[in-house]
Design a protein around this ligand. Structure first.
Ligand code: GDP
Length: 200
């Protein structure tokens, strides 16, 4: 772990259950989004080198909240862990609420520099991912796409999967970049850090 990188001192700040609960809309904010089980928490752990951080997002009652992490004590750089979507056990009305809060968040948040969409490389671009991608597009929010769990995917098929993914993005007229990642063996971590730093 490089102790000088901007992610090293990341701390949990608070959970927000509505837009009003969010911290002041200043500085730079980056959101993490993805289906439940895509590895969103593990990516946050890998990025910050802190295995305890993601536990916060798994605490009962916080799985449906926006969990805010601050990279610096002055709260100028933040990561917002958005609630995981597409979870079969979540009711339809809950999904609707999720959509409303996130939709509103994407529209009004001035400090939002971009969204990281985390997907399992084996099952990318499910409907809920595509919804989020089109919302971001409509609101002109830059995207980074993380193909996580690369360690579980045949190495010789990885490039093919990225090429296919790029086609999907092109069709959607999205200019986001796909990065191959593994929270388990930290494949792609340096590249991801570098690319995220450019947003902060
Ligand atoms: P979340 O629900 O999106 O926050 O997902 P989690 O971070 O809790 O991960 C879901 C499951 O996938 C857990 O069992 C993780 O250990 C596993 N997981 C996450 N990332 C990776 C990865 O890159 N490789 C492998 N092999 N497993 C992963």
């Amino acid at each position: 772990m490089n102790r000088t990188d901007i992610f090293f001192q990341t701390k949990f700040l608070k959970s927000a259950f509505s837009i009003q609960d969010l911290p002041d809309d200043i500085g730079s904010e980056v959101s993490f989004c993805g289906r439940s089980n895509s590895g969103k928490s593990s990516v946050l752990n890998a990025l910050t080198g802190n295995k305890k951080l993601a536990k916060i997002s798994k605490t009962p009652g916080r799985t449906q909240s926006m969990n805010i992490f601050s990279l610096d004590p002055s709260l100028q750089k933040r990561i917002v862990d958005l609630p995981g979507y597409g979870f079969a056990r979540v009711s339809k009305s809950m999904r609707r609420d999720w959509g409303q809060v996130i939709g509103q968040y994407l529209k009004i948040r001035k400090s939002l520099k971009g969204i990281v969409v985390i997907m399992d490389i084996r099952h990318p671009f499910m409907d809920s991912d595509l919804n989020l991608i089109s919302w971001s597009n409509e609101n002109n929010i830059p995207l980074k796409i993380l193909f996580n769990k690369a360690d579980k995917f045949p190495k010789n098929k990885t490039i093919e999967q990225v090429v296919k993914g790029n086609h999907v993005l092109k069709k959607l007229k999205v200019f986001g970049k796909i990065q191959v990642f593994s929270s388990k063996n930290l494949t792609g971590l340096d590249e991801f850090k570098e690319s995220l730093s450019s947003w902060f």
